[in-house]
Design a protein around this ligand. Structure first.
Ligand SMILES: NC(=O)c1ccc[n+]([C@@H]2O[C@H](COP(=O)([O-])OP(=O)(O)OC[C@H]3O[C@@H](n4cnc5c(N)ncnc54)[C@H](OP(=O)(O)O)[C@@H]3O)[C@@H](O)[C@H]2O)c1
Length: 240
């Protein structure tokens, strides 16, 4: 698929799935604004990807998604450079919990940090960037969720703060899609599956290239084949 002229903004792009998606969309011709919290890690990622393919249009932006002032500042920088955004991919997230963390021993600091980065960050970025998304004729917002955020299935694991944060991002997807239903901006949640990244760990079932299949599908598939306000996994709509 040809994404020449399309503008992508993606968070958490210096490693894992964010980096792989940046590469893939860049190869399809999109200009990709990669929001990373660490300048060196961001530059290293971009240099590595450009070494493999010098024609990639990858641009580093620095913001810690847990800090509202950073999000405002990066947004202001994007407004100076761009007249529209086509794809906003809220990929950055943390899971700081140990496997024995439960609600009754979860520290409020970890709960707040998780919610700040995984929920408040994407919420603010969406809010600030919506006017630029309105200027696209095919805007899409893709929020990274997780099977741990699903409420309609038996619990698959613990990690309560992470799990609650992903349920909340699903609620943002649902509400926002409803608000934007006549505006032409599509909004999705995606569960990439259990993927071998620093977060997923080495035991995970999927390679990174497999984990990004559905997020890339949500960017590239014809909009008439997609349903805004839904939760996708393996290119299919998943129960909430
Ligand atoms: N891997 C899985 O099995 C799995 C399963 C379900 C859902 N997911 C979701 O998929 C998405 C991508 O995960 P991944 O597995 O690729 O994780 P990853 O390899 O750990 O990468 C996470 C990325 O987010 C960035 N990040 C974290 N906190 C940030 C902050 N405050 N500001 C800016 N960037 C920040 C990290 O930057 P640093 O390098 O600076 O830390 C890194 O670039 C996440 O939303 C995750 O919850 C993953």
């Amino acid at each position: 698929m040809d994404l020449f002229g399309k503008i992508t903004v993606i968070t958490g792009a210096n490693k894992g799935m964010g980096k792989a998606i940046s590469k893939k969309l860049g190869e399809m011709g999109s200009t990709v604004y990669m929001i990373c919290r660490n300048e060196k890690k961001g530059n290293d990622a971009i240099n590595e990807l450009k070494m493999q393919n010098p024609s990639l249009k990858l641009i580093l932006k620095i913001a810690d998604m847990g800090r509202p002032a950073d999000i405002l500042q990066v947004t202001q920088a994007l407004y100076k450079e761009l007249d529209h955004i086509d794809f906003l991919i809220n990929n950055a997230a943390i899971n700081l919990e140990r496997s024995d963390t439960r609600i009754n021993n979860l520290s409020i600091n970890i709960f707040e940090e998780t919610m700040n980065i995984n929920v408040r960050g994407p919420f603010l970025l969406i809010q600030y960037l919506l006017p630029l998304l309105f200027k696209s004729n095919d805007a899409r917002i893709i929020n990274f969720s997780s099977g741990l955020g699903q409420l309609t299935v038996p619990r698959m694991g613990y990690y309560p703060a992470y799990s609650i944060s992903k349920t909340t991002i699903n609620a943002i997807t649902k509400n926002l899609a409803h608000e934007l239903k006549d505006a032409g901006i599509m909004v999705f949640s995606v569960d990439p599956g259990w993927v071998k990244t620093d977060m997923g760990g080495p035991e995970a079932l999927l390679e990174i290239e497999e984990g990004i299949i559905t997020p890339i599908y949500l960017v590239t598939e014809k909009k008439q084949n997609l349903q805004s306000g839904e939760f996708y996994k393996e290119k299919e709509i998943l129960g909430w």
